[in-house]
Design a protein around this ligand. Structure first.
Ligand SMILES: Cc1cc2nc3c(=O)[nH]c(=O)nc-3n(C[C@H](O)[C@H](O)[C@H](O)COP(=O)(O)OP(=O)(O)OC[C@H]3O[C@@H](n4cnc5c(N)ncnc54)[C@H](O)[C@@H]3O)c2cc1C
Length: 416
């Protein structure tokens, strides 16, 4: 970045934390540079719908350059950040060395496997757009493969096993089951819905453990009514190319094991001299700065401010991104930065058509059709880009009215 004499603020990551930090700086007399290895922002809450062929990848992603086009003090660099030297305020990137006066690191998270043998090698993670497309290709290819097999040999191809009964696992299990119940039998008249199995495996005693118990029970009952097999208190001990072994000796054969069970801070950060705490997240001070410096801040999924609540959800990332930006402006103005506190506006998860759970402000809990309508409206409103909202709405309408999924495309070789 050319020197303009104004404070130079570099933001790593154009996810929820990074973009909201940039937005909070839009009127400030500073230079902002956003760096991301992807040239687009991904709306992760709808990622599972890409994997389930419900939405196209472009419906949930938006070019960063377009998002910041009107922000005159901001620019974007498409590059991978490979190192950080806090002492000299420099970042190493694939686009060269970048100097900064202030840094906001919003590098997101990664899938963790808790050391389960074979899990990383043989299961499908669901944390990036590329992973969602790969999973969609694989899933649809299983139906093509099953069609070539005699009826009694199809079970292995058509058993879809999801590990982790959190929101992503629940939403994805529901979405695959609806794909199986709806459009696929019409595409594959030789296959029967009964040939397919969706199994959701959760080590704890209930699904959606951060929600009130009655919502967990509802989610389980709705999934089972749709045809999903829900296994609670079932730990996966090992994964191989042909299925999983559960604690206690049970075995489930499956060509498709989807791992939604664990998430932690990104792997690179420990090599960058940052203090890594529990779950691989960077330990930050209450004002989100790190290493006792007032010029490096870490936000979102990558950051853990002491014992303060910091869930790995979008609203935490946006709140932290905004505060880090405001704190930098306070430091620049010689003021005292503020401490972070998380405002829990609520959580919601969709289970299937007409069925969702909503938990607002940690107090109000409801489920069913009203929750589903609220889920739809909120996700539509939050999706970045007018075209994306229209595309999502049309796809959902097609799915709801005609049980059709627009994105049933196998775009690469199944084994890629
Ligand atoms: C499948 C799924 C479903 C989810 N559902 C929900 C939901 O329903 N509701 C909810 O609130 N939250 C949900 N979340 C969580 C939510 O998406 C995250 O909490 C949020 O995205 C965190 O924001 P962030 O800015 O910390 O990171 P991210 O949004 O992950 O952004 C990180 C960015 O940093 C970039 N990056 C990382 N490392 C580098 C590097 N070395 N160089 C360059 N760029 C880099 C990445 O490309 C990425 O763009 C979901 C997440 C997933 C994966």
């Amino acid at each position: 970045m050319e020197s303009t004499g104004r404070p130079r603020i570099v933001i790593v990551g154009a996810g929820f934390g990074g973009l909201w930090a940039a937005k909070a700086l839009r009127k400030a007399d500073v230079e902002v540079e956003i760096i991301d290895r992807h040239n687009f922002h991904t709306f992760f809450p709808l990622l599972y719908q890409v994997a389930a062929a419900e939405l196209a990848p472009g419906d949930i992603s938006h070019p960063v350059r377009k998002i910041i086009r009107r922000q005159r003090n901001a620019r974007f660099t498409h590059a991978e950040v490979t190192g950080l030297d806090s002492a000299t305020s420099t970042l190493m990137t694939t686009a060269g060395v970048k100097n900064f006066d202030y840094l906001i690191l919003a590098a997101g998270s990664t899938t963790i496997y808790y050391g389960v043998a074979g899990a990383e090698a043989h299961s499908f993670p669901l944390r990036t757009l590329e992973e969602a497309v790969r999973l969609r290709n694989h899933l649809l290819a299983r139906f093509e493969a099953a069609e070539q097999l005699p009826a009694d040999a199809r079970g292995h191809e058509l058993t879809f096993l999801i590990v982790g009964g959190g929101p992503t696992g629940v939403e994805f299990a529901g979405a695959i089951q609806e794909l199986i119940n709806g459009p696929l039998p019409r595409d594959h008249p030789r296959l029967s819905v009964k040939d397919a199995r969706v199994v959701l495996v959760e080590a704890g005693e209930r699904l959606l453990s951060v929600y009130p118990e009655k919502l967990s029970a509802y989610a389980r009952q709705r999934l089972e009514r749709m045809g999903v097999e829900v296994l609670l208190g079932a730990s996966v001990e090992a994964v191989d190319e042909a299925g999983v072994d559960l604690a206690g000796g049970a075995r489930i054969d499956s060509q498709t094991v989807v791992w939604t069970a664990g998430v932690g801070g990104p792997p690179d950060l420990s090599a960058w001299g940052l203090p890594i705490g529990r779950n691989g997240r960077v330990e930050v001070a209450p004002d989100l700065s790190v290493n006792g410096s007032d010029h490096v801040y870490v936000v979102g999924d990558s950051s853990q401010p002491g014992e303060v609540a910091s869930p790995m959800v979008a609203q935490n990332a946006t709140q932290q991104g905004t505060l880090a930006a405001e704190n930098i402006l306070r430091v620049v103005a010689g003021q005292v930065p503020h401490a972070y506190s998380y405002r829990d506006l609520g959580n919601m998860a969709v289970i299937g058509r007409n069925a969702a759970v909503v938990h607002l402000f940690g107090k109000i809990a409801f489920k069913g059709y009203l929750a589903w309508v609220m889920w739809l409206a909120l996700h539509l409103a939050k999706l970045i880009g007018f075209r994306n909202r229209v595309a999502a709405l049309l796809s959902w309408a097609g799915d709801y009215l005609f049980r059709d999924r627009v994105a049933r495309l196998i775009t690469s070789q199944p084994d890629e």
